[in-house]
Design a protein around this ligand. Structure first.
Ligand code: B12
Length: 214
């Protein structure tokens, strides 16, 4: 990892929101690609925070300020990743599932999807399964994307799958799921359509689904 990416990671871990934003801009000015800064600077910093939280080395306040620093860095990258032209390649409804407030991964997935020209309706976090269905009908979406970071909330994804199957969306909308505790086996077990492990592959897959639906 280059020195500036290492420093971005370190400052993120310390929750230095302003410094992370400034250094992210500096890395861009030095010619580093936005995705490199995201994948090799910001994300590794958040991974270390995750490990330290797991080991009870740090607690919620530290995690929250690190999350804010991560958001400040991604805000700098967002216009470059997303671009300005709306290409209308399809519509995705995205949200973090009911009872779950984690939204960093969901926001990255949204950003990557937008960068590929998809229209993304972001419902936010703590989203009831019925709300995804209602919004997908309202916006004529081809994809519902749901994120979960807690083993206690991922179970609500099963309710989402059942509700879609009972609705007018059945057979028309694909359900994509993701988030750290989610995997292919869980996806298969609840009958969701697609699982991917990261934001870039989630965006590529959503583009393919939307293209096939046209
Ligand atoms: C940041 C964080 C928080 C922040 C969230 C801030 C925010 N705005 O999101 C705060 C402090 C609020 C928090 C709170 C809690 N947290 Co927390 N948190 C984390 C932490 C450290 C990082 C999560 C993160 O953002 N990772 C970075 C992102 C980029 O990764 P990601 O979300 O996995 O997303 C990537 C992929 O999964 C994928 N993806 C994500 N979503 C989707 C969706 C689709 C459709 C697809 C295809 C792909 C995809 O793409 C992303 C990019 O590649 C994790 C530890 C960890 N290692 O995950 C714990 C963690 C998730 N939290 C945990 C816990 C226990 C909690 C609390 C219950 C703590 C408490 N006692 O109160 C609360 C719950 C609050 C709630 N109701 O949601 C546990 C969960 C354990 C479990 N088995 O369920 C973890 C694993 C920590 C641990 N090891 O103990 N947390």
């Amino acid at each position: 990892m280059s020195a500036i990416l290492q420093e971005i990671s370190t400052l993120l871990q310390k929750g230095k929101m302003k410094d992370v934003a400034e250094l992210t801009q500096k890395a861009l000015d030095e010619g580093l690609a936005p995705l490199t800064i995201l994948n090799d600077g910001l994300m590794p910093g958040m991974d270390i925070i995750g490990e330290r939280f797991k080991n009870n080395d740090i607690f919620i306040p530290e995690v929250l300020i690190a999350a804010r620093a991560m958001a400040a860095g991604t805000a700098v990258l967002r216009p470059l990743l997303v671009g300005e032209s709306a290409q209308d390649k399809g519509t995705v409804i995205i949200g973090t599932i009911k009872d779950d407030l984690h939204d960093i991964g969901k926001n990255l997935v949204r950003m990557m999807m937008e960068s590929k020209g998809l229209t993304v309706i972001d419902l936010g976090n703590n989203i009831a399964p019925q709300k995804y269905v209602d919004e997908a009908i309202k916006h004529g979406a081809q994809v519902i994307a749901s994120s979960a970071l807690l083993t206690t909330t991922m179970v609500h994804m099963k309710e989402l799958v059942a509700l879609v199957a009972k609705s007018e969306l059945a057979g028309k909308v694909k359900i994509m799921i993701g988030g750290a505790p989610v995997n292919q086996a869980f996806c298969d077990s609840i009958g969701a359509d697609i699982y991917t492990s990261d934001a870039s592959s989630a965006a590529e897959t959503a583009v393919s689904i939307c293209a096939a639906a046209k």
